[in-house]
Design a binder for this molecule. Sequence first.
Ligand SMILES: [Ca+2]
Ligand SMILES: [Ca+2]
Length: 125
Amino acid sequence: MGHKGTLKVIVVRGKKLKDEDAIGKSDPYCELWIKKDYKQRTSTKKGTCDPEWNETFTFNVDGDHHLYLRVLDDDIVSDDKIGEAKVDLNEVYKAKYISTDVKLPALLGLTNHGFVQLILEFSPH
Ligand SMILES: [Ca+2]
Ligand SMILES: [Ca+2]
C-alpha cells in the first residue's frame, strides 16, 4: 500500500548556484517531476546565482518514492545543466510538511553546485 494524495511543492529559491555563463551570470530555472512524462518547471530568472522563484506546483502521488529536480541555465543554443537531485518523499509522507535545502551535488569531490530551497506539503486523499 502506497501513499495517495496531493503533493504541493513550493520552489522557494536557489542559493549559490554554479555559474554556467562566461559573460554575466546563469539564467536558472528548475524542472520538477515524479514521473518522467510529466515535468513541470519554474520561470527563468535572468543573470543570477541566487534566484527567488516562490512558485508552487502540485502533483498527484500514488505510492511514489521520489521527487526529482534539475536546475538548468537557460542559453540560446542548448541549456547548461547546473545540477540535479532527488528528494525522498517518505519523509514528507511522515511529517506532512517539510522545508529543506536540497543540495545539487557535483560529479566529483566534496563540493556542490548550490542548493534549492523547497517546501513540500502532503495531503492524503
Ligand atoms: Ca550557459
Ligand atoms: Ca545563460
